[in-house]
Design a protein around this ligand. Structure first.
Ligand SMILES: NC(=O)c1ccc[n+]([C@@H]2O[C@H](COP(=O)([O-])OP(=O)(O)OC[C@H]3O[C@@H](n4cnc5c(N)ncnc54)[C@H](O)[C@@H]3O)[C@@H](O)[C@H]2O)c1
Length: 307
């Protein structure tokens, strides 16, 4: 396989690049380094090519797809809040950028795409757990953009016979997720707060539930998705949700210290409960994210200064 990994210098992208290289693939990373870092990737590797460029630019994308057989499309404007404050900019990354990559890839003769969809397409769940036939109802431009990606991917299968799988990730966490950005995942914020001895800001009563999935499991599932011949969409998560307070307990256990919990008013639009049905991912990939929360948190904490 020669895989183009867009967003390959980012959080999920760099772990996926590592997994692909370990699996023997050739990898071309395309990243504009707006959030991704060179230091997330091996300094040199015989099978790795790094292209600095933007998925919004058709010439850049056309050059990057040369020689590829597969594409793993992860580059995106990833902030739900930014998509609300600037939906036009968000759509340029997440719809136009997606189309540029998919169209260039199939024109270059690639046979298969896996791409990052998101649990955000479901919006506020009507029933739980969420499976792939649950109704979609995005409540942000970000969620809508990911759903539009799913629709385009289906059309590309029908119109051009371009095979693809959209991965609806739940809440991904692990090393290299930036805790400093305003939209960072709750685990990266809490982990960095507990190691630096600053209070954990809990919005609402902490009873919200989420399915937290470890990034190395996501990377492995991405490799499966590229190699599989299943088409469509697939939820990716552990199938086990925890409350925010349960997460704080686990963090305290793994860090070996108590956290100061600071309760704040609930965040607007925060979804109360989220959980996913893991059956399709198990059937399609004969595998599922298996890292327990305690194992993943311990691995994350071990990478943080001050731990
Ligand atoms: N982290 C999660 O919990 C989660 C959940 C669901 C879906 N996703 C999706 O997974 C994908 C990867 O997210 P992540 O968490 O690794 O975020 P990230 O910000 O670490 O990765 C995104 C990467 O894309 C690059 N990028 C952004 N815009 C670009 C552009 N226009 N051209 C080229 N490169 C660009 C960034 O520099 C970065 O390296 C995204 O599509 C995101 O929407 C993430």
């Amino acid at each position: 396989m020669h895989v183009l990994v867009t967003g390959g210098a980012g959080f999920i992208g760099s772990h996926s690049t590592e997994a692909l290289l370990a699996d023997g693939a050739n990898v071309t990373v395309l990243d504009n380094f707006s959030a991704g870092k060179r230091s997330n990737l091996p300094e040199t590797h015989a099978n790795l090519r790094i292209v600095e460029g933007d998925i919004r630019d058709t010439d850049t994308v056309a050059a990057a797809v040369s020689g590829i057989t597969h594409v793993l499309h992860l580059a995106a404007q990833v902030s739900v809040q930014s998509s609300v404050s600037d939906p036009v900019n968000s759509s340029q990354h997440n719809i136009t950028g997606f189309l540029n990559v998919m169209d260039a890839a199939r024109r270059a003769g690639a046979t298969r795409a896996a791409y990052a969809s998101s649990a955000a397409v479901y919006g506020s769940p009507q029933t739980l757990p969420l499976d792939e036939s649950s109704p979609v109802g995005p409540i942000s431009p970000y969620g809508l953009e990911k759903w539009i990606n799913d629709q385009y991917a289906r059309l590309f299968r029908d119109l051009y016979n371009f095979s693809s799988l959209g991965m609806r990730y739940f809440n991904v966490y692990g090393p290299r997720q930036d805790p400093s950005s305003s939209y960072a995942g709750v685990i990266s914020k809490f982990a960095s707060a507990i190691t630096s001895g600053t209070p954990l800001r809990i919005f609402g009563d902490g009873g919200q539930t989420r399915d937290f999935v470890y990034v190395k499991d996501i990377a492995r599932m991405n490799v499966h998705a590229l190699k599989s011949s299943h088409n469509g969409i697939c939820n990716i998560g552990t199938g086990r949700s925890v409350t925010l307070l349960g997460l704080v307990d686990a963090l305290e256990r793994c860090a070996g210290r108590k956290a100061e919990r600071r309760f704040e008013p609930p965040a607007a639009g925060d979804i109360r409960e989220s959980s996913m049905a893991p059956q399709r991912q198990r059937q399609w990939f004969n595998d599922q994210p298996a890292t327990t929360l305690d194992e993943g948190l311990a691995a994350l904490l071990a990478t943080l200064p001050g731990h």
